[in-house]
Design a protein around this ligand. Structure first.
Ligand code: FB9
Length: 441
């Protein structure tokens, strides 16, 4: 591995080291960043048992940015002392100097300077001694050269109080020789190239051992949004129950701001009425609707309405209840209750409720009803044909199945795509994932 002088140096010094060496001390000796030595340690560790490296936490002292500047340029008080000419300097001018404010008081307390207030043009500052020892700079330079231990605790604390020094915990490595120590190591090849094979150079190259426990790279792929997964499940339920729908791309592309998909049911029923003789039919649709609803954590102005419709001779509310029980059982919902309700296009109508084990209460899971004759007769359906229908949303079951409490985490610009990538396959007939917190009412 000739291309790493730090690594070579580390091996050479380790060869003659008594027991081992510290990575931070080696960095100081080589005049390189500690990280460069850590990188060499990691490379050697990857080669097998060339070295042993024990991670250690050692406290050490480091100069702050101001400390670095003073180690380079001298302390503020020394700079103030050196800025005063033999004829003295007006104090107001001295305080304007970069180190003036900080250096003046320190130089006074060191008795390096004095102030003559009798001067005609205002207080004047004079040097009191011919020369000074800039102890602060000297101590900082000692720390800088890795000799912090030469300072007393008191001296270090003084520098720390002046924010020139800070104590850091440095994670260093204690490096010692491994069982396979050698000063001449070469980088293990990770890939066998065509050039190696044709030239035969592979024969004298060390190869990194296979890591059979390494996980393969996850192939990137597309991901279905949870809504689409649940929609497929509902579609499957309807299809296996014998329902159908005709789907046309040009229809799906129409940006239709409608409030109910029942309009689509009406159109399907009209087409059915045109076929003579009448044959019973079962339709379903899953489509976007837009309603001027109160927005909250579980409701947006647009959602997907799921609707099932059955047209046959003599259908009654009892048939509707039976169909609803069969349908919701496939969602894993078995405890149903029906509550009289009002819809403009169905009479009688019922709201559908299910007992929520988690919330220990009955929650609404849909709405239903028998289409009014005023809806059916204008279509030309025979008089003894009746139509039952029901509806629910796609978003609510999806949120429950995927444990999502706020609908804005499911749809909209705030959706975290990772949620889409991570969302598991949907099984409507098994228990939903527990929501992160209690599901809002
Ligand atoms: O979906 C709803 N709740 C629901 C459905 C399934 C579900 O499955 C669980 C995982 C197992 C859980 C919950 N609801 C209907 C009830 C509430 O969410 C309600 O607050 C919101 N409703 C929407 C309309 O809100 C103004 C859901 C939406 C809805 C309501 C009625 C219809 C369609 C969608 C209808 C109808 C209809 C009636 C008669 C004839 C034809 C269609």
């Amino acid at each position: 591995m000739a291309d790493s002088p730090v690594l070579e140096q580390l091996l050479r010094r380790l060869e003659v080291a008594d027991g081992g060496l510290d990575s931070a001390e080696l960095a100081t000796q080589l005049g390189v960043e500690h990280q460069a030595v850590v990188g060499a340690v990691k490379s050697l560790q990857a080669l097998g048992e060339v070295i042993e490296a024990e991670l250690r936490s050692t406290k050490c002292w480091e100069l702050t940015a101001e400390g670095e500047e003073i180690a380079r340029e001298g302390s503020h008080e020394a700079r103030v002392f050196r800025s005063i000419p033999p004829e003295g300097l007006v104090q107001s001018e001295l305080m304007q100097l970069p180190s003036g404010k900080v250096g003046f008081s320190k130089a006074m307390s060191n008795k390096w300077i004095r102030v003559d207030k009798s001067a005609a043009d205002g207080p004047r500052v004079f040097q009191v001694v011919d020369s000074i020892e800039d102890e602060v700079q000297r101590r900082l330079q000692l720390v800088q050269s890795g000799q912090a231990e030469k300072l007393t605790e008191k001296e270090r604390n003084e520098l720390r109080k002046r924010k020139l020094l800070t104590e850091v915990v440095l994670k260093t490595y204690w490096v010692s020789k491994g069982k396979g120590f050698s000063t001449s190591v070469s980088k293990q090849e990770a890939e066998l190239s065509p050039e190696m094979i044709s030239s035969g150079s592979w024969r004298d190259r060390p190869f990194k051992p296979y890591n059979f426990s390494a996980r393969g790279v996850l192939p990137d792929s597309g991901h279905l949004h949870p809504l689409l997964k649940v929609r497929s499940q509902f579609r499957q339920i309807f299809l296996e129950m014998g329902y159908k729908y005709t789907w046309k791309l040009e229809e799906a592309r129409k940006n239709l701001l409608r409030t109910h998909t029942t309009a689509a049911s009406a159109r399907a029923l009209y087409r059915l009425a045109q076929k003579k003789p009448f044959t019973p039919a079962k339709y379903f649709s899953i489509d976007r609707v837009f309603r001027n609803e109160t927005l909250d954590a579980t409701h947006l102005a647009e959602f997907h309405q799921i609707e099932g419709v059955i047209a046959d001779h003599g259908l009654t509310l009892g048939h509707l209840m039976g169909v609803l029980r069969e349908f919701f059982t496939k969602l894993g919902i078995t405890q149903l209750r029906f509550k009289p309700a009002y819809n403009p296009y169905t009479e009688p109508s019922m709201e559908v409720f299910s007992y929520h084990q988690g919330l220990k209460k009955w929650v609404e899971v849909g709405n239903s009803g028998v289409f009014r004759p005023e809806m059916l007769l204008p279509m030309g359906l025979p008089e003894n044909v009746s139509v039952i229908a029901w509806g629910l949303s796609l978003e609510r079951p999806t949120m429950i199945k995927y444990g999502i409490n706020n609908i804005r985490e499911l749809v909209g610009h705030k959706v975290n795509l990772q949620m889409v990538y991570d969302s598991p396959v949907c099984r409507l007939d098994v228990e939903p994932r527990s929501p992160k917190t209690q599901e809002p009412a």
